[in-house]
Design a protein around this ligand. Sequence first.
Ligand SMILES: NC(=O)c1ccc[n+]([C@@H]2O[C@H](COP(=O)([O-])OP(=O)(O)OC[C@H]3O[C@@H](n4cnc5c(N)ncnc54)[C@H](O)[C@@H]3O)[C@@H](O)[C@H]2O)c1
Length: 319
Amino acid sequence: MAKFIKHNCYVGIVGAGSIGVAWAVVFATRGYPVRLYEVATDRILHAKDEFLSKISELKKFGLIENDIDAIAPLLSIDTDLESITDKAIHIQECIPEIKEDKKKLFALLSELTPPDVPIASSTSFLPASTFASDVSHRERCLVIHPGNPPYLLRIAEIVPAPFTSMSVVEKSKQLMIDVQMHPIVLSHETTGFVFNRLQGALLNEAYSLVDDGIVSIEDIDLIVRDALGLRWSVLGPFETVDLNTRGGIKQHAARMGPTYEKIGAERGTNTSWGVELVDKVAAARRAKLPLEKWEERVSWRDRAMMTLIIARRKFLGQD
Ligand SMILES: NC(=O)c1ccc[n+]([C@@H]2O[C@H](COP(=O)([O-])OP(=O)(O)OC[C@H]3O[C@@H](n4cnc5c(N)ncnc54)[C@H](O)[C@@H]3O)[C@@H](O)[C@H]2O)c1
């Protein structure tokens, strides 16, 4: 059973759009009171209903343990920034991806929040050093980037700026674990972090293939949805190719690496799968899956995909 916090503290969220409401679901369903600050009248009016509808759906699917009646009162919508900051244990900023707006907001939040409170941005692309370098308590500022929606994609990229204190990173990591998000702590800042750099690589190629007139937009979606994505929902890209080639990922790199380099060069990128890099990845894979167990894992992959295909058919009314 998730713990329910009784004392007088809360998570403060700024911005009640898609991500702000979704974070509210993540925190409240784990028992954290949430105060959600918003400036737009329309969002002030609708955010609570959206929250209630999301928690009801999650409950219907059996994805949350606590009762709706216990979760619903944990969210309040606020129109005063101070009332969401004075007793906050964590701040999650969710305003639009506009650097100057985040800069202004972080300056305010840094002044208004109690000492030791992490101030995290949900930004998709902007490293914290681009908007929080000059604030008074920059050691408390960092990025915690979710996937959309975070109540279903249970990962959170934690991206410290060079000035973020390690205790704030650790505190943020523990909070993410407590709300059942898998924290992924990046060693240093990079535009788009990991999630969007991976997504971007695929999108860049998808746009280029459409631009080249090679394939339709619908067929790109179909290939990802019914083929690449089906496998990726149970395996990552490294494990996928590890299982695609007898002999594992090292064999895959030897056979396919030069062609992937050529494809990259056609798009003007010069990524190279060097020997040392491939050895490093292969060693990590072999530590996870010795080659003697390769066949067994391939069968597991097939069973996992069969289960997904059946669930999907059922959901889509195709059974
Ligand atoms: N939508 C996604 O798929 C996604 C995924 C991960 C991260 N993000 C990031 O999360 C952030 C929010 O994205 P979103 O999709 O929820 O945007 P959104 O436009 O749906 O919501 C932003 C909300 O912030 C409000 N707002 C603007 N300025 C404000 C202020 N100063 N104080 C309080 N509220 C303010 C707006 O009125 C709006 O309701 C962005 O940085 C975005 O890049 C988005």
